[in-house]
Design a protein around this ligand. Structure first.
Ligand code: ADE
Length: 320
């Protein structure tokens, strides 16, 4: 117990001194904290920051999101991926509005749509100082290297800072490869370091094999417009999002020039995507000639964004 008190104190002192300035730190507003935790569920800190800031300009509280059209929400989320997070967040916003206030217990937070044990513990501890421990990949790694004292390390007086301090240590010092042990506030307590096995912990589970697939996208243009397809409501992934047509969708299209290729990975799929300029006379059912002005307001799939960016770079290089 003494060791874990020392450990908590060292960790919190280190966190107070060394934490990164992140836009969701220094707030106790549960709405902002929920948003940050939902965005951080499957996305890295650096990628989340600009989305988080833009999102809050438009949706500073649960009510604004509860009342918003889904398409606008998805347009602001577009590029972050895992869009069910956005839809669940809107359902949570509606539940919060209906309740009259943000729920204040772990169980009530946990019952919001899309909120699991991890996110509920993070929000409960950071926004309300409730003593719930979080366990994400970083935290598991730090604990697995540290000691067998996992059970009782949470600091009950500063649980939110304690949770974030462990996440921070995992993100900046106790790295998966090349852990920066000389910068670690817990070096003296670290069993893995004492045994010289920090680089081997935690034991890695074998990554599931990726499924490779080739996709051919068609860029069909009219002056100021691009042919796009809205993914139908029944799609498992990305329903309602706009994408570039695949060659398989446009049987009569004439492909004229390969504009380039890129890789795109989603969960277990590793796509090799070719982008072709194509001639299309008539938009088939379910397709639309979308104007360039309208495009920033539409939720585009990340694959479509990448393809349009590639085509834009190609066009710019031809003008030079
Ligand atoms: N990852 C998940 N939640 C986080 C937080 N609050 N701070 C930094 N990284 C995180």
């Amino acid at each position: 117990m003494l060791r874990s008190r020392v450990l908590r104190k060292r960790l919190l002192e280190w966190y107070d001194r060394a934490q990164r300035e992140l836009p969701w730190r220094g707030t106790r507003d549960p709405w902002r904290i929920l948003l940050s935790e939902v965005m951080l569920q499957q996305t890295r800190v650096a990628a989340v920051i600009p989305y988080y800031e833009r999102f809050l300009v438009r949706f500073p509280d649960a009510r604004t999101l509860a009342d918003a059209p889904e398409e606008e929400l998805l347009a602001l989320w577009s590029g972050l991926g895992y869009y069910s997070r956005a839809r669940n967040l809107q359902r949570s916003a509606r539940a919060i509005v209906e309740c009259g206030e943000f729920p204040r217990s772990f169980e009530a937070i946990r019952s919001l749509p899309g909120v699991g044990d991890y996110t509920a513990a993070a929000v409960a501890s950071i926004a309300f100082d409730l003593p719930h421990a979080v366990l994400d990949g970083n935290v598991v790694r730090v604990l697995s290297r540290l000691t067998a004292e996992q059970g009782d390390v949470l600091d009950k007086r500063r649980p939110g800072d304690f949770n974030q301090a462990l996440m921070e240590l995992g993100a900046t010092v106790c790295l998966p490869r090349n852990p920066q042990c000389m910068l670690c506030p817990l070096l003296a307590q670290c069993a893995a370091h004492a045994a010289g096995i920090e680089a081997q912990l935690p034991v890695k589970l074998r990554a599931r094999d990726m499924v490779r697939e080739r996709i051919v996208l068609c860029l069909a243009e009219r002056p100021g417009r691009v042919l796009m397809r809205r993914r139908p409501a029944g799609e498992v992934r990305l329903a309602g999002f706009w994408e570039l047509p695949e060659a398989a969708h446009l049987r009569t299209a004439q492909r004229t020039e390969m504009l380039g290729q890129f890789r795109h990975s989603i969960t277990r799929h590793d796509y090799s995507v070719e982008v072709w300029r194509a001639k299309v006379n008539k938009a088939p059912a379910g397709f639309r000639w979308v104007s360039r002005e309208e495009m920033p307001r539409l939720p585009l799939t990340t694959m479509a964004r990448k393809a349009l960016a590639l085509a834009g770079r190609k066009a710019a290089s031809e003008v030079d």
